[in-house]
Ligand binder design. Structure first.
Ligand code: SF4
Length: 432
């Protein structure tokens, strides 16, 4: 039987700034381990993260430059209380106002920000809150993102569901009453190619009325194919918009190419998708700059593609399998709340999703202020919905991507949202 274990003391590099730890598995062959160390320690051994790899489509777009320009010139310490008060007093929020609302000067104004965000949310979304669930169909990954449990060097149980298993899992989820699903994979074209994902989407169409995907970025024709299979929207986390930091966190694989990832949402819309979602993983780099870049990425896309449904997520780092010391650094719940309220004030029409990475108490509260979508019945493992929903343990499941904080079932979430005075919505889109 294969040994599963971790020599934490054998080689552990602590990156104090990131609080992210490299860990070696004792099942890695020596030559693989040597390569891993070289990649971690020697930047010259890594590929150019700004250069496209073969097969990656390049589109003409000026949005990247606009976002990076704004981000690099953002000195959030320069904003004052007067800037924040001015931003809060205005009916529409400019880019400058957004910057002020994300600055430390806005921290004492959280209450006022929350009240304004709540009013705008009510104006545009009423008291509704959407409920959906994610399903991970494979956890193979060819990338080395040092903060993620699915990374190619992490010693976890890998699994890819076959189509019968996918159908079974989806049926279990649909039987709870859920109507929207988000299909996720690790980022591996080899194990989860576009055709495989497309077939999974076709199965999902039988059970769900709204389908999102969160997979590796693909080219326009591949997004078009996936849309034809039934995908409504595409979520891509940029993780961090700080290209230098990105380089130090994504050491290997296609994901290493920052600009190809950045343009994913635009390629998805060019491929016919109805909606796109944006996000930075807060805690990886300077969260204020990342929040600014995320909001601006969505803003510029909204101006260029006004028909598109735009939404934002706001995840923070979570511990992973074999590394429970990963944390979101200086992004506490107050900071997270500030970012979410700033998003709402800057982009009143945008959907805002708050995932099960956050606590039940936080999600109950933020859904009344500015979030419009919450996940429920969540498992970040592979093929374990039945086990989690019904307590059966038939098949061996793959390991989870990260630890969740809010494990409420669909029924519990629905009931909690209703008790909080909100109207749970399971689907708002009808195909004719
Ligand atoms: S974050 Fe995504 S691409 Fe990176 S290791 Fe995890 S699953 Fe793979």
């Amino acid at each position: 039987m294969q040994k599963i274990g971790i020599h934490i003391m054998e080689y552990q590099k602590i990156n104090e700034e990131n609080k992210v730890y490299f860990i070696d598995s004792d099942v890695l062959p020596p030559e693989v381990l040597a390569r891993k160390h070289r990649i971690e320690q020697d930047p010259s051994f890594r590929t150019d993260h700004m250069a496209y790899m073969q097969g990656m489509e390049i589109i003409e777009s000026d949005i990247k430059d606009k976002v990076l320009d704004q981000m690099s010139g953002y000195d959030y310490e320069a904003y004052t209380r007067a800037d924040v008060e001015r931003a809060l007093s205005k009916e529409s929020c400019s880019v400058e106002d957004f910057k002020a609302l994300l600055s430390p000067a806005a921290a004492p104004y959280l209450e006022q920000m929350a009240r304004k965000a709540e009013r705008l949310t009510k104006n545009h979304f009423g008291n509704t809150v959407y409920i959906f669930t994610p399903i991970y169909i494979a956890n193979y990954c060819q990338n080395y993102c040092i903060y993620c449990g699915f990374n190619c060097y992490n010693n976890i149980r890998r699994k890819k569901l076959d189509f019968d298993e996918i159908e079974h899992e989806m049926k279990v989820i649909a039987d709870t009453g859920m109507e929207e699903i988000l299909i996720l994979t690790g980022e591996s074209r080899k194990y989860s190619d576009v055709k495989y994902i497309g077939e999974a989407v076709k199965i999902a169409r039988k059970y769900f009325r709204n389908i999102g995907i969160e997979i590796y970025p693909v080219n326009v024709d591949e997004y078009r194919y996936l849309h034809e299979c039934g995908v409504d929207y595409v979520t891509v986390f940029q993780e961090t918009y700080d290209t230098d930091k990105y380089e130090t966190l994504h050491l290997l694989g296609h994901k290493r190419v920052w600009p190809y990832r950045f343009d994913a949402q635009e390629r998805a819309l060019m491929g016919g998708m109805r909606g796109v979602a944006f996000s930075a993983l807060l805690g990886l780099a300077d969260f204020r700059r990342d929040a600014l870049a995320t909001g601006l990425h969505a803003y510029y896309m909204n101006r260029k593609y006004p028909h598109a449904e735009i939404s934002l997520s706001c995840p923070r780092l979570r511990p992973i399998v074999n590394n429970d010391r990963i944390n979101p650094r200086d992004v506490g719940e107050r900071e997270l709340c500030q970012v979410l309220c700033a998003y709402r004030i800057f982009l009143p029409f945008a959907g805002i999703t708050v995932s099960s990475r956050e606590s039940a108490a936080f999600r109950n509260g933020i859904a009344k202020i500015c979030a419009t979508k919450v996940s429920a019945g969540v498992s970040t493992g592979i093929g374990d919905h039945e086990e989690k929903y019904e307590g059966s343990q038939e098949a061996e499941a793959g390991d989870e991507q990260f630890e969740i904080s809010d494990s409420r079932s669909f029924a519990a979430m629905y009931s909690d949202m209703e008790q909080g005075g909100l109207q749970p919505v399971l689907n708002d889109y009808i195909y004719v």
